[in-house]
Design a protein. Structure first.
Length: 553
């Protein structure tokens, strides 16, 4: 594996960056990876014994205070590289969820699990049982490498450019527990995939390795850097390089990109500390030159890689695998919320009808792999009998949600339950809607629900109306990744949560009535423009104000 210098010490950082943020001072005082013994010690001493600065370090092991911070309860996030796990691991997580997390957990947009309602006293048993099945939480939060995402059907998708699993695991293993990269300027997100659809979203990751085919037929990776959402969203930039399908070279490139971020990323303000800001200032050409300088050679040049028109997919439904006679089945977990009982049952079904292999998707669903054709109908009957959906409306397939106000200290609106209700309402209001539509909910500008890339995105908005505090949302339209990628636009503000279905319904009806044959919502919005949609939504607002539409309870 490549070598690299240790991260800068306190004097180096001060000399180069001036005044340190509070987080930088905490990190320089003690590496986040060194907090594990303290976590076990506080498990004996209790919540009240924890000094404030230690809460920041706990994040390096995925342990994060939930709302309110004084409650003594924590969220814990795991690492599941590429979303790939087996039934044994899923069952252990289900057991922990039922014992410690009040019976449910959430599948995240980074293909992993997070649990709530945990106490510091629970840490030794939880960590011990996770470790026993090869699941870690190291780097799941904090200024470290987050879960490396990939295509959830890598290795089984008939149309993939290649199986990126080996490379995804190698990158994750290289950066996890690695003290060379345990003090990054801020969180660090990577995707590695050979999916032909780019479903692992290289456009919005700090580093995105995506499958490509050169003109001579050689397969390998293209590289994008500098993507990211949050309050200031940026699309990644393509580096003019090609990385062969060689684990050593893939890890080498990611290693030195990470070292560039570690050493050159901005540390004097948290708002500009993401890799995307460095890439924005440097540009792809300078970034590539600096990368090659560190590697010590000129990298193989890239080409003008074609980008997919519609990468935002979940491989949802029942599909034949590239292995003859085998199928995979995606089980809906709308908004990511999944009961421990359901998770265990899906794991058991994967053993009974497949080979125990499961995948989490970045659209917050679960996939059962390697189901022989003879077992497919019996599996689907079992799913039907238990009310587990593997087919459904466009609204069910396209829903994504962040944690929301229920547990998050930043959120100002309830998201998961509102998404679930909205899907039910839209299925009743538009039973025959057959066009792809993605509806994403974020409870605040941090954009954990990725609302900026959705066709219809909602961002939580707290406001007052006639002196009454309102739970509401701002509405964004027309986003999407891949070819002609763009973030959506803010079209309407301060929509009461109770009335969302009327606004979405009007948008869908307007699209349905005026679209060209085969025109996607993103393309229709770009052709039609913000003003016409705003006028449609104003009519809904006026109708609600005059009681022309029934207000939801």
């Amino acid at each position: 594996m490549p070598e690299g210098s240790k991260h800068m010490n306190l004097a180096d950082v001060k000399a180069r960056r001036g005044k340190l943020t509070r987080q930088e001072e905490i990190k320089q005082a003690k590496d986040g990876l060194d907090v594990l013994p303290d976590l076990y010690r506080y498990a004996s001493l209790g919540f009240e014994a924890i000094p404030e600065h230690e809460f920041e370090r706990f994040k390096w092991y995925g342990f994060y205070r939930q709302k309110p911070k004084s409650s003594g309860y924590f969220m814990l996030r795991t690492k599941i590289p590429g979303g790939q796990l087996n039934s044994k691991q899923a069952k252990v997580i289900a057991d922990l969820v039922e014992q410690y997390a009040r019976g449910f957990c959430d599948i995240t947009t980074r293909q992993t699990y997070q649990m709530h309602w945990l106490r510091v006293e629970d840490v030794p048993d939880i960590f011990g049982r996770l470790n026993s099945v090869g699941v870690t939480t190291s780097g799941a939060c904090g200024d470290d490498t987050r879960n490396v995402v990939g295509c959830p059907v890598a290795g089984v998708d008939k149309d993939e450019i290649f199986d990126g699993s080996e490379f995804n695991r190698a990158v994750s293993e290289h950066l996890t527990f690695n003290r060379l990269f345990s003090n990054l300027p801020r969180k660090y997100k990577i995707s590695v995939s050979g999916c032909h659809l780019h479903c692992a979203q290289p456009d919005i990751n700090c580093v995105g390795l995506f499958g490509v085919i050169k003109k001579d037929g050689t397969r390998g990776f293209g590289v994008k850097v500098g993507g990211g959402l949050s309050a200031y969203a940026l699309m990644s930039q393509v580096l003019p390089i090609f990385v062969p399908l060689d684990v050593r070279q893939v890890v080498e490139v990611v290693h030195h990109i990470s070292a560039l971020y570690r050493d050159e990323g901005y540390r004097d303000a948290r708002t500009v500390a993401r890799l995307k800001m460095l890439v924005k200032d440097w540009g792809a050409a300078k970034f590539t030159a600096e990368l090659e300088k560190r590697i010590g050679r000129t990298l193989e040049p890239g080409e003008d890689w074609p980008m997919p028109n519609d990468p935002e997919t979940d491989h949802f439904g029942v599909h034949e695998q590239k292995q003859a006679g085998l199928y995979y089945v995606t089980v809906s977990c709308l908004g990511g919320r999944v009961a421990g009982e359901k998770l265990r049952r899906v794991a058991e079904l994967s053993e009974a009808f497949g080979d125990g292999q499961l995948r989490n998707t970045n659209k917050q669903n679960l996939i059962i792999l390697n189901v022989p054709k003879a077992n497919l109908k019996p599996l689907l009957r079992e799913l039907d009998d238990r009310g587990m959906k593997y087919e459904g409306s466009r609204f069910l397939k396209g829903g994504v949600s962040c944690t929301g106000i229920e547990f998050c200290n930043l959120a100002v609106a309830e998201t998961k339950n509102r998404l679930m209700l909205l899907v039910e309402q839209l299925e009743e209001m538009h039973p025959n809607f057959d066009r792809k539509i993605r509806i994403h909910f974020s409870g605040c500008p941090s954009a954990c629900g990725q609302h900026q890339i959705a066709e219809i995105g909602f961002r939580g908005k707290a406001y007052t109306e006639n002196g009454v505090n309102m739970d509401g949302f701002d509405m964004f339209l027309g986003g999407g990744l891949g070819a002609n990628r763009k973030f959506n636009e803010l079209v309407f503000t301060k929509i009461p949560s109770r009335d969302l279905q009327y606004y979405v319904s009007r948008v869908l009806s307007f699209y349905d009535a005026n679209k060209s044959n085969g025109e996607s919502f993103k393309d229709f919005y770009a052709r039609t423009g913000r003003e016409k949609f705003e006028n449609e939504l104003k009519q809904v607002q006026q109708a609600l104000a005059t009681a022309s539409l029934p207000k939801a309870a």
